[in-house]
Design a protein around this ligand. Structure first.
Ligand code: AMP
Ligand code: FE
Ligand code: ZN
Ligand code: FE
Length: 286
């Protein structure tokens, strides 16, 4: 079984449409792919339709999800949520709050970039983002178009967009304990995304992870490109101690990142544990 539980479409900062993502998941030989756009479920319907249109027995299962932007003690972190009821009003309202504030913050980042001499515009960023939940990767693509940096990754430096960088502006982000409870109340399963991704900025303490576990966290994403060997070993031990399952995933963003679909995967045992905890929605099969 090849199970990849974290991927983005152009409903947020990926470059594949949801249907293209499904086609690419089949081409990558995946059995299970989760669609986890930032703060939105806008890609779910198209992805589900694409899976249902696959030839029977092509074997792909879609796990609908999202990745919620959170902050604790000033440290930004991401909470993956799987198989929640997308219509549950409290969690839906929180996703909308984050998405709306992304527009204010996006404009402010563009303004900062212009002050710093980068000739990009909000109209350009909106064209790049399309209908997608707008974020720094879209602004990074604008910086690439303008010839300011060579790649999207090169825009995530202290000079430009990385957390705390010259052109970084904070957005509304949810308290993760509250977020874990919102996800559970919507029947979903919360998993802490890339908890040890040190290159993105400060990471949270083990105590915070223990607090999240006590609030209902289901798992930790361990196998991720932003984790070194030390982080993986540490998080594997911590998950065992706290009774959490562990996942692995590509965090695929299409051409905005170099990682390939299925480059990191989740064990069938962890996937079963996740399914056993979910009551808000069902996976969708070809
Ligand atoms: P935002 O959601 O607007 O705060 O932007 C965060 C997103 O930026 C993450 O979900 C990643 O997709 C992307 N990102 C963060 N760090 C990097 C990096 N070093 N290289 C490429 N993309 C990054
Ligand atoms: Fe992203
Ligand atoms: Zn993330
Ligand atoms: Fe992600």
């Amino acid at each position: 079984m090849r199970i990849d539980l974290h991927a983005h479409s152009n409903a947020s900062d990926g470059t594949d449409s949801p249907a293209e993502l499904v086609a690419n998941a089949v081409a990558a030989g995946l059995d299970v792919v989760a669609l986890t756009d930032h703060d939105t479920v806008a890609g779910h319907a198209e992805a589900a339709e694409a899976v249902r249109a696959l030839p029977p027995g092509s074997g792909l299962t879609l796990v609908p999800g999202a990745e919620l932007s959170c902050v604790v003690g000033g440290i930004s972190m991401h909470l993956l949520a799987y198989l929640f009821d997308p219509a549950e009003p409290e969690f839906a309202a929180e996703r909308e709050l984050v998405r709306t504030d992304r527009f204010r913050r996006g404009r402010a980042i563009v303004e900062r970039c212009r002050e710093l001499g980068a000739p990009i515009t909000w109209e350009q960023v909106q064209r790049i983002a399309g209908e997608g939940s707008v974020g720094r990767p879209h602004i990074a693509s604008a910086l690439v178009e303008a010839g300011v940096v060579a790649t999207v990754s090169d825009a995530f430096t202290p000079e430009w967009l990385v957390n705390g960088g010259r052109a970084d502006v904070r957005k509304h982000e949810t308290d993760p304990v509250a977020a874990v409870r919102l996800v559970r109340a919507a029947g979903g399963v919360p998993v802490f995304a890339h908890p040890g991704a040190a290159k993105r900025g400060r990471t949270v303490s083990d105590q915070v992870i223990a607090d999240l576990a006590a609030a209902g966290l289901g798992g930790l994403e361990v196998d991720h490109m932003d984790h070194d060997e030390g982080a993986r070993t540490h998080l594997t031990g911590l998950a065992a101690e706290l009774g959490l399952f562990t996942t692995g995933s590509s965090d695929y963003h299409g051409t905005r990142k170099t990682v390939r679909l299925g480059e990191y995967t989740t064990s069938p045992e962890s996937y079963e544990a996740l399914l056993a905890q979910a009551t808000g929605a069902k996976p969708i099969t070809a």
